[in-house]
Design a protein around this ligand. Structure first.
Ligand SMILES: *[C@@H]1O[C@H](CO)[C@@H](O)[C@H](O)[C@H]1NC(C)=O
Ligand SMILES: *[C@@H]1O[C@H](CO)[C@@H](O)[C@H](O)[C@H]1NC(C)=O
Ligand SMILES: *[C@@H]1O[C@H](CO)[C@@H](O)[C@H](O)[C@H]1NC(C)=O
Ligand SMILES: *[C@@H]1O[C@H](CO)[C@@H](O)[C@H](O)[C@H]1NC(C)=O
Ligand SMILES: *[C@@H]1O[C@H](CO)[C@@H](O)[C@H](O)[C@H]1NC(C)=O
Length: 361
């Protein structure tokens, strides 16, 4: 009997997996290492690492031994090592390339290149003018695009890894860069207009379907855009459109800034916020084509934040687990889709305006 209980206990233990997430801040100087135990359903703050500065956008290098944080206000990109105990140590800091003769940036993003040479790609925007750039792992040299008259706020990779899509919040275009083995960002193959769209806020792609998804900030719409097998789009893009919010909520009260596809490849998430309430919505996707099928579940919570910036980070480990940072302000929350229901883990309040979450495992 005792043997049976012990065995059950051990099996229970080995089934649990530990996952780790790094979260940066918008104004502070910390990079937080969080641990999530999916069997015990606990979330703990493992390390409060000191960073070079704020790191609202983060990128993990391909070998997972380094991560990068970008900060618009001081126009820097910092490189950190990820240690075995999940401490994060600063390795060096690089100045961002200028755009339109200035480094007076209002926002910046980074994204790891999915193919060899695994450069880090980024964008920086003054609000009127932007640049897209790439650096090697060591940050030795930087190539950048021509100045872009517009406000690039979001980047995404085509499923082949050969095209980088940059979303312009101001002029409602998607810029499509061809990325060869020696990326120099000098091969802009499409400048596609999103017709009848304003304030497109974030772009993501489906990992296998040739599909782009965009959320619009003010009209709270989800755009589902098929792209050609070649990753090209043409000049004018017509999207399938979905309302993110139910008709019972007033669109004008909400902004939608975040969209993500979870590792199952069959669920898309959007997060919409007002001063008072946040709404997470999950849509089902066709596993092969990535086409949005239908909304499957929504949940809401009270939210009293000073800013409405928030981020969804899908866990890299199968399934439909996501981390939401900064909704409400300072909080990291974990939500999982199970069937057509949502399960949540305890939340961790870090007491600071948070940036993107980055999963290490
Ligand atoms: C855009 O440019 C104009 C003039 O060049 C400037 O006055 C304005 O502040 C800029 N807006 C942003 C958001 O940078
Ligand atoms: C433009 O988009 C709005 C929703 O944002 C929609 O109501 C309207 O019908 C669209 N107009 C055209 C011409 O597609
Ligand atoms: C694309 O849309 C713009 C604005 O609606 C229009 O002026 C232009 O002619 C269109 N281009 C093509 C190739 O359809
Ligand atoms: C989702 O797509 C990626 C990229 O092809 C693949 O590696 C992964 O196994 C897929 N996930 C599932 C759950 O099928
Ligand atoms: C992390 O450390 C910084 C610097 O010491 C401190 O200001 C901040 O409050 C700490 N964060 C938490 C959640 O304890």
């Amino acid at each position: 009997m005792l043997g049976f209980i012990l065995t059950t206990f051990l099996v229970g233990l080995t089934q649990g997996t530990l996952h780790h997430l790094v979260v940066g801040t918008v104004n502070g100087g910390s990079l937080y290492s969080l641990e999530l135990d999916d069997a015990a359903r606990t979330v703990t703050l493992l390390k409060n690492n000191s960073a070079a500065g704020a790191s609202p956008s983060l990128a993990l290098y391909q070998n997972k031994l380094y991560l990068y944080g970008i900060q618009a206000s001081d126009a820097t990109l910092s490189k950190y090592s990820v240690e075995q105990d999940y401490s994060i140590n600063l390795q060096g800091t690089l100045e961002l390339p200028e755009a339109c003769g200035t480094r007076n940036f209002k926002s910046a993003k980074i994204s790891p290149g999915p193919l060899n040479p695994y450069n880090i790609f980024g964008s920086a925007s003054t609000g009127n003018c932007s640049t897209v750039f790439t650096t090697t792992r060591s940050g030795d040299y930087t190539f950048q695009s021509k100045d872009i008259v517009g406000d690039i706020r979001s980047l995404a990779w085509s499923s082949s890894g050969r095209h980088l899509y940059a979303l312009d919040f101001k002029t409602n275009h998607i810029l499509n860069y061809n990325i060869p083995d020696d990326p120099k960002l000098d091969d802009l193959v499409d400048i596609a207009l999103l017709t009848n769209v304003t304030n497109p806020r974030q772009i993501v792609t489906h990992p296998v379907g040739h599909r782009i998804y965009v959320v619009t900030q003010d009209s709270n719409e989800l755009l589902d855009i098929p792209v050609l097998q070649s990753d090209l789009m043409g000049t004018n893009v017509t999207a399938f459109r979905f309302n993110v919010l139910p008709s019972s909520l007033a669109n004008s009260d909400y902004t939608t800034q975040s969209v993500a596809v979870s590792a199952s490849n069959t669920t898309l998430w959007t997060l919409s916020r007002s001063y008072g309430m946040s709404v997470i919505s999950a849509f089902s996707l066709d596993k092969t084509t990535g086409a949005v099928v239908k909304p499957i579940v929504r949940a809401s919570w009270r939210d009293y934040s000073a800013s409405l910036d928030s981020f969804i980070a899908p866990a890299p480990v199968g399934g439909d687990l996501i981390a939401i940072t900064n909704s409400p302000q300072g909080v990291t929350a974990f939500i999982e889709l199970q069937g057509t229901g949502l399960k949540s883990y305890p939340r961790l309040d870090l007491g600071q305006d948070l940036g993107e979450g980055l999963w290490l495992n």
